[in-house]
Every structure is written in C-alpha cells, then in structure tokens.
Design a protein around this ligand. Structure first.
Ligand code: CO
Length: 171
C-alpha cells in the first residue's frame, strides 16, 4: 500500500476507519510512513485515512518537530471514555490546505488506546494534545473540518472547497 497525503474530497476521508486487530511489522511500517508524511507536511497530527489507509490509527506530536518527539504518540483504536470542559480554538487540517476553522472541543478527555505493539494504555489529556486527538479521532469516523464549519465559514471558504474539488477531479 502506497501511503500518501489525501486531500479533501478524497472519498477515503469520509469512510469509517476499521479497528486494528493485527500488530505486526506491516503496521509499524505504515505508521513510520505516516510520520514521514506528517513531518513533510509540517503537521502536528495525522490520522491514517489522511494517508489513504482506512484504519483506526492516529499519530501526534504537539511540537511538530521530528527532533523533539518527547510527547509524540502513536494512538491505535482510541476511545474517549470521559470529557470535560469546553474550548474553542482555530484548527487547520493537512487535508484542507489554507483552511482554518474555529471548532469547539472538550478541554480534556480520558482516552484509552493501544500502542504499536498492541499494549493498552489510558490517560487524561488536556489542552493542545486533547484537541489534536479529538480532531484526529473525527477523521476515524469520517468527520472533517468541512463538517465542523459554521454557515459563515462555509461562505468564507466556498471557493477554496470548490477549488479543492476541481483539483481532485483533475488528478
Ligand atoms: Co485533519
């Protein structure tokens, strides 16, 4: 499978991602490729569907810097079991270049997930990592920035979205 960045409106972005059941070398290779794509694209998070792979895998590194990966995480089969607080911030998305949308998210979440070896973890996330994980988890159920736009955003970005659709049709 040749993983590469998928832009809206690629149909893979709208699918519900399948849970990961096998934690093997192929999984590790695909995740390694996701890191390449994320850093090349100067992102802080990436969900597998954005690489054309419809699996419940996401990665994040709040620093966005390959050489500063102390908080980098591979999160597989994530589930939010508790949420608290509210926070409204601007979000971008590698699948929507140049588009930024204010999105309300929980301020903190209790997350359970598996790592790349299949081991189970749980933790409270707050602030920026909580926001990134909530954004990337949207991708796993086919929810995109375009679905989070207010009516005003939809008008503001109508031409950009049409342009993306046009470019996709030409590929
Ligand atoms: Co995104």
């Amino acid at each position: 499978m040749n993983l590469q960045l998928r832009l809206y409106p690629d149909p893979v972005l709208l699918k519900t991602a399948a849970p990961v059941e096998v934690f093997d070398d192929e999984l590790a290779e695909r995740v390694a490729r996701m890191w390449e794509i994320m850093y090349e694209s100067k992102g802080v998070g990436l969900a597998a569907p954005q690489a054309g792979w419809s699996a419940q895998v996401l990665i994040q590194n709040p620093s966005g810097d390959k050489s500063d990966d102390s908080e980098a995480q591979v999160i597989i089969n994530p589930k939010i079991t508790k949420k608290w607080g509210k926070s409204r911030e601007s979000e971008g998305c590698l699948s929507f270049p140049e588009i930024f949308v204010d999105v309300q998210r929980a301020l903190g979440v209790h997350l359970t997930w598996q790592d790349i070896k299949g081991e189970r973890h749980e933790a409270d996330l707050t602030g920026f990592p909580a926001r990134v994980v909530q954004h990337e988890m949207d991708h796993l159920s086919g929810v995109l920035l375009v679905h989070r736009m207010s009516p005003v955003d939809k008008i503001r970005y109508r031409q950009d979205l049409e342009q993306l659709a046009l470019e996709a049709a030409e590929r």
